[in-house]
Design a protein around this ligand. Structure first.
Ligand code: NDP
Ligand code: 8X3
Length: 262
C-alpha cells in the first residue's frame, strides 16, 4: 500500500546580513515573498523590529542584532538561533560598507581598518561559523562584492581591496565546496542607490544627490531580483559571478598624467 500522507515541505531558511537597509532589506523582502523564512541581521534593532513587523512577524523573520566585527557577539547571535530557524540553506553575506572617497595618501587608517574588519573579517567569520550547517543542507552562499572588486578607481583603494577579497574568497570557497554540493555566487553591483553613499560620505546628502543625479542608478530591488534568480536555480547550476551596472555607467579611458617625476 502506498503512503498517501501529504508531504509537508521543510521551510526554506535564509540568513541575510545587513538587512536593516538597502540591498539586505530588499533581499529579505523578496525572499519572504518567495516563501522563505529569514534570519535578518544588523546593528539597528529598531529597523530589525520594523522588518519583522512588515514581513509577517517572528514566525517568518528572526532578527539578530549584532556587530559583524565582534566575533564573540557574532558567535553568540548565531548560537542563539531557535530550532525553527536553525537549518539555514542560504547565506547572503551582504553587510558591508565603504568609508571615504579620498586618495590613499589622505585616508584615515581607522576607516581603512573598519572596512577590513567589516567587509573581510566579519564576512569570513559569519561564513565559517555557518559553513558546517550549509554543507549539511547542500546550501548556497551569495556574497555581495562590487564592481570595485574588478575595476580600480581613484578613491577606491581599501574599499576596492576588500571587495576584491570578497570576489576571490567566493571563487575559492566554490573550489573547496563543489564536492559537497554547496554553491557560491559573487554578486558585483555598480552604481546603486542606498544609504551606502551616505555612510561613505559621512552623511553628506549633497554628495548623495550629486552622485545619483540623472544616472538612473540600480535600485536595491534590482539586486534582490538577482539574488532571487540565483537562489531559484536548480541545485546543479552554479552562477560563479554576476557583474551588474546601470546602463548609464560604463568605462573611461586609462588616464595618463604628463610630466610626472622621472
Ligand atoms: P547600506 O548602507 O544601505 O546597507 C549596509 C548594511 O550593512 C546595513 O544593513 C548595515 O546595518 C550593515 N552593516 C554595516 N556594518 C555592519 C556591522 N559592523 N555589523 C553588522 N551589520 C553591518 O548599503 P547597501 O545595501 O548599498 O550595501 C550592501 C552591500 O552591497 C555592501 O557590502 C556594499 O559594499 C555592497 N555594494 C553596494 C553598492 C552600492 O552602490 N550601494 C554597490 C556594490 C556593492 P546596520 O547599520 O544596522 O548595522
Ligand atoms: C559600490 C560600488 O562603484 O562605489 O561597491 O565602488 S562603487
Amino acid at each position: 500500500m502506498s503512503n498517501t500522507a501529504p508531504q509537508i515541505a521543510a521551510p526554506k531558511i535564509a540568513i541575510v546580513t545587513g538587512a536593516t537597509s538597502g540591498f539586505g532589506d530588499a533581499i529579505a523582502r523578496r525572499l519572504v515573498a518567495e516563501g522563505w523564512r529569514i534570519v535578518a541581521t544588523g546593528r539597528r534593532q529598531d529597523r530589525l523590529d520594523a522588518l519583522v513587523e512588515a514581513l509577517g512577524g517572528p514566525a517568518v523573520v528572526h532578527p539578530l542584532c549584532f556587530d559583524i566585527r565582534d566575533e564573540a557577539a557574532t558567535r553568540a547571535a548565531l548560537d542563539s538561533l531557535p530550532e525553527a530557524f536553525a537549518r539555514i540553506s542560504v547565506l547572503v553575506n551582504n553587510a558591508g560598507l565603504a568609508l571615504g572617497t579620498g586618495a590613499a595618501q589622505d585616508c584615515d587608517l581607522d576607516q581603512w581598518r573598519t572596512m577590513i574588519d567589516t567587509n573581510i573579517t566579519g564576512l569570513v567569520t559569519v561564513t565559517r561559523l555557518l559553513l558546517d550547517g550549509l554543507i549539511a543542507q547542500r546550501g548556497l552562499i551569495v556574497n555581495l562584492a562590487s564592481v570595485a572588486s574588478n575595476w580600480p578607481y581613484p578613491g577606491g583603494n581599501v574599499y576596492g581591496g576588500t571587495k576584491a577579497f570578497v570576489r576571490q574568497f567566493s571563487l575559492g570557497l566554490r573550489s573547496d565546496l563543489s564536492a559537497q554540493g554547496v554553491r557560491v555566487t559573487s554578486i558585483e553591483p555598480g552604481l546603486a542607490e542606498s544609504e551606502f553613499t551616505l555612510v561613505r560620505t559621512g552623511g553628506n546628502k549633497a554628495a548623495y544627490d550629486a552622485l545619483y543625479a540623472g544616472a538612473n542608478p540600480l535600485q536595491p530591488e534590482d539586486i534582490a531580483e538577482t539574488v532571487r534568480w540565483v537562489v531559484s536555480l536548480p541545485p546543479h547550476v552554479n552562477i560563479n559571478s554576476v557583474e551588474i551596472m546601470p546602463v548609464s555607467q560604463s568605462w573611461a579611458p586609462f588616464k595618463i598624467h604628463r610630466d610626472t617625476p622621472a
